[in-house]
Design a binder for this molecule. Structure first.
Ligand SMILES: [Zn+2]
Length: 458
């Protein structure tokens, strides 16, 4: 675990780590934009493959909407548009002066006018779709690659419409379950919180957000929004029910993306570089062949994994090995296998985990030992992430304890004046209430309240 309280040092470590590992190049001359490098993109693609798999498994269909949104669509939801329009990126033809379209900040203004066209009767429901796309936010705060970008992508967004509130609630439960599975493969521990009503869209039922650790803070990582009928009313998404009555639909939306990779970098890295969890690692093993014929080595060993998942590195002399080891470590490849003339003769290899454990393994056991190593590393990474996150959380009865805790779990009554006081006093942000309601008296006013997390957050 890499932790550094000084944000400036963390920022330079962050940039160096992602550049050394070949994840991204952030020298692109536009603030908040970067170039995905092949290795970084292949890791992100594996994360994306996982969500594609999960959504298909659960009957959510993939679509693609245009990146440009007509201003006319957005203005149908006047309150949303008025609060957003000053931050929009407008798209103008060279000789155009009128702002007719802008780059999508979220899916709602692009999708919901179309939903309104498609949905007529209860037979058109439920509508359950997603797209993987870039979102654009004119970010005024300082940007950080994979954490806060102007072009946010690849980003998935699930949008669903239902006939009943209960169906929408079940959809939220499913969204939570799918996000848990994504984080399990990424070996990332998370907490789930309910957002207080003031932080949700006006008129919506509520939102559940995932938080993971990054440096000494928490970071929002996926949000599942139970929109109620608020957007449906604004965008006129209505259906004729079995009783012949016209009713607005119940909606949910869930989204996340590159921050899963950000959590991996933040959670699973050391001074040598990142550690990619085996379940999403595009390269499972680096095979370093030292001063030996490559064909002969490949002929004699069976790693039990696809050749495309092995990075083969060859060294003509022992003096070249250091650089190759360093490369494999920086890239966070889970396993390293080294074979030189001596090993080839003895039919054994040196097997090294990215976590550091090293042993000699006869060629005939290599496949089984590698599988064991990958499984152990995956589990160890997840355990370390859990230990880190849950080790930070402290349930506090006194405000002095909450000041000292990294993540304070305190009672809060729901009143803004109390949360403002807690935030000021502890220098922390309000993260949210525990997923299941847990009663606890408000740490400030003493009235009935709920257990609520407060922490510094990105
Ligand atoms: Zn209170």
């Amino acid at each position: 675990m890499y932790k550094n309280p000084k944000e400036t040092e963390y920022a330079s470590w962050w940039n160096k780590t992602i550049s050394d590992a070949g994840l991204a190049d952030n020298r692109y001359q536009l603030k908040g934009f970067f170039v995905w490098m092949p290795y970084g993109f292949s890791i992100m693609k594996n994360i994306r493959n996982k969500w594609d798999y999960l959504f298909a498994l659960n009957g959510i269909q993939e679509m693609y909407f245009p990146l440009l949104v007509p201003v006319e669509y957005a203005s149908r939801n006047a309150s949303w548009w008025n609060s957003f329009k000053s931050q929009a990126f407008y798209a103008l033809g060279y000789e155009e002066t009128e702002k007719n379209a802008f780059l999508r900040p979220t899916g709602e203004p692009a999708m919901y006018p179309m939903f309104s066209t498609w949905i007529r009767s209860h037979r058109d429901l439920p509508l359950r779709i997603y797209e993987t796309v870039s979102s654009f936010r004119n970010e005024t705060k300082s940007t950080k690659t994979f954490v806060r970008d102007v072009e946010i992508g690849p980003w998935y967004e699930i949008h669903t419409c239902h006939a009943t509130r209960e169906e929408a609630e079940n959809e939220i439960k499913l969204a939570i379950k799918m996000n848990e599975e994504l984080f399990l493969d990424a070996a990332i521990a998370s907490i789930k919180v309910r957002k207080p009503p003031a932080d949700c869209f006006p008129g919506s039922v509520g939102a559940v957000e995932f938080y993971t650790t990054l440096n000494d803070k928490l970071i929002e990582n996926a949000s599942c929004n139970n929109l109620g009928q608020a957007y449906a009313k604004a965008f006129d998404i209505a259906f004729t029910d079995k009783d012949e009555q016209k009713k607005p639909v119940w909606q949910t939306c869930t989204g996340n993306g590159e921050r899963i990779l950000a959590a991996i970098i933040g959670n699973h890295s050391d001074d040598k570089g990142i550690v990619v969890p085996p379940k999403i690692a595009p390269l499972q093993a680096a095979l370093i062949i030292i001063n030996s014929p490559q064909e002969e080595v490949l002929d004699k060993i069976d790693l039990g994994i696809d050749k495309s998942k092995i990075l083969i590195l060859t060294a003509k002399a022992f003096s070249e090995i250091g650089e190759l080891r360093f490369k494999a470590e920086r890239m966070g490849i889970p396993a390293r296998i080294e074979i030189g003339p001596k090993e080839l003769l003895a039919s054994e290899a040196t097997l090294i985990s990215r976590a550091g454990n090293k042993k000699s393994v006869p060629f005939k056991n290599l496949k089984a030992e590698l599988a064991k190593l990958l499984e152990k590393l995956q589990n160890d990474l997840y355990d370390a992430s859990k230990k880190e996150l849950f080790g930070r959380i402290k349930e506090c009865d006194k405000i002095e304890e909450a000041e000292k805790a990294q993540v304070a779990l305190v009672g809060w009554c729901g009143k803004t004046e109390c949360s403002d006081w807690i935030k000021t006093k502890t220098k922390k942000d309000l993260i949210g209430m525990t997923l299941e309601i847990e009663k606890k008296k408000c740490i400030w006013c003493g009235e009935d309240g709920e257990k609520t997390y407060f922490s510094a957050a990105y």
